[in-house]
Design a binder for this molecule. Structure first.
Ligand code: ATP
Ligand code: MG
Length: 411
């Protein structure tokens, strides 16, 4: 992509109300635009990052049997009344949606009220189970005061997976598979080292649920880490746990601030009961389907990556989610740089080519802000040596590389 063609531009300043670091960098870099509190547009650079995150998640969930669907945002109130969640949430974060011809609808804040009646249409016998259904779709939540940038939006994308089982044991087995899959997702997204499987309260149906919490001062949660087991406990259940690690009993726990990037939950029959979602077992008995749900917020994950991976100049994207792998910079568009650009493209390397007619200094500042992993600088000086300057975003110094050897670096 030629940078001169991008309709977005970087900006040096950002509105004073933008207190979170992720929003400051993402807005300055031209990754996102804020429409109103908690409501963001993904701009071309940001949408590339978003789509890479989405693909990492999709591949992992497909590998544990997930079948992707796309459920609607609108849902009749009736469904939410059936589960009792309307009562609890209508006065709080649940959005209502009405028009002249449509009364009594909500904008889903999660999809149990859609997916449970959906599965009822297809599940009859034990032979129809288990099922794993997911989508990556908009959620609407009237969050009180979203001050954490894209970590907490009022409209945001979530991967939500729902599993349907004949037995508790089958749910438990699948739940463990999702744990591993989540671990893979956060590792691939570059925050594996900072992310902890965290015990949280389980609601009525199981002792615990689990959150995936990433260490950052930007988080709203406090977790207590057991370094022996590499797990953590959310502060909200710490007392019930008698301040001990649930796995080894260790009571030397370390407090950290963290953000919840994902969570997994055993729902048991909480949503199958109200929708009469049942199956007929081998002995011809009618039994309630047992459910689990598993969420990851995509903008939450994107913002978390920014919070944990940056320096004062800007973002440092992990290679797996970077908008472009290479930022090619020349003082201005010229034949030599064009040739390097085309060679990189031909080799299938994603490259952002700064061909604008502005100073090197301004270009470097933008490149630091945008945060692509590799930078190639073409100047009269380097060309005199048949070379380019090659620099990693994470390193201060650069090295000279012969023009003919550029592609080898990326092999
Ligand atoms: P939180 O505790 O942060 O309010 P939650 O427990 O309500 O989140 P869930 O309803 O289980 O979260 O949603 C699943 C995932 O969706 C969360 O783990 C988080 O990654 C993401 N998420 C939740 N709320 C938001 C939001 N307002 N903006 C962006 N992502 C969100
Ligand atoms: Mg939570």
């Amino acid at each position: 992509m030629k940078q001169s063609l991008l309709f977005t531009k970087t900006s040096k300043t950002v509105s004073a109300e933008e207190t979170s670091l992720n929003a400051q960098f993402l807005i300055k870099g031209g990754f996102v635009d804020k429409l109103s509190a908690g409501v963001y547009t993904m701009l071309p650079l940001g949408f590339r990052v978003y789509k890479k995150i989405e693909q990492i998640i999709r591949e992992e969930i497909n590998s544990i049997g997930g079948q992707e669907v796309f459920m609607p945002s609108l849902c009749p109130n009736e469904n939410w009344k059936k589960t009792g969640r309307y009562e609890i949430l209508a006065d709080d974060i649940l959005f209502s949606a009405e028009s002249k011809h449509v009364k009594s609808s909500v904008l889903n804040l999660s999809h149990e009220e859609v997916v449970s009646p959906l599965l009822k249409k297809f599940v009859n016998s034990y032979q129809d189970l288990p099922q794993y259904v997911y989508h990556i779709q908009n959620k609407f939540r009237g969050e009180a005061r979203p001050k954490s940038g894209i970590l907490r939006g009022r409209e945001f994308m979530m991967k939500d997976l729902y599993s349907f089982h004949a037995t508790e044991e089958d749910l438990n087995n699948y739940y463990e598979r999702v744990k591993i899959s989540y671990k893979n997702i956060f590792t691939k997204a570059g925050i594996g080292d900072q992310t902890y499987l965290t015990y949280a309260s389980g609601g009525t149906f199981s002792k615990y649920s689990h959150e995936f919490q990433t260490l950052t001062g930007a988080g709203e949660d406090y977790i207590y880490i057991c370094d022996k087991c590499r797990v953590a406990i959310n502060r909200e259940i710490l007392e019930d746990q008698k301040n001990k690690c649930p796995e080894c009993g260790n009571n030397k726990l370390r407090e950290e601030k963290a953000v919840e990037v994902g969570n997994i939950f055993k729902l048991s029959t909480k949503f199958s009961d109200p929708f009469d979602l049942f199956y007929i077992d081998k002995d011809n008995n009618k039994k309630a389907v047992i459910m689990g749900c598993y969420g990851i917020g995509l903008q939450r994950l994107m913002g978390t990556i920014v919070e944990v991976s940056h320096d004062i100049q800007g973002i440092i994207w992990p290679e797996s989610v970077a908008p472009y792998r290479v930022h090619l910079i020349s003082l201005k568009q010229d034949k030599e740089s064009d040739k390097i650009y085309n060679n990189l493209l031909d080799a299938g390397i994603e490259v952002l080519y700064d061909d604008r007619d502005i100073s090197f200094g301004a270009k470097f500042a933008d490149a630091d802000l945008i945060g692509c992993p590799y930078r190639i600088i073409v100047s009269t000086k380097t060309l005199e040596q048949d070379s380019v300057e090659f620099k990693k975003r994470t390193e201060k110094s650069s090295e000279l590389v012969k023009k003919d050897n550029i592609l080898k670096i990326f092999k």
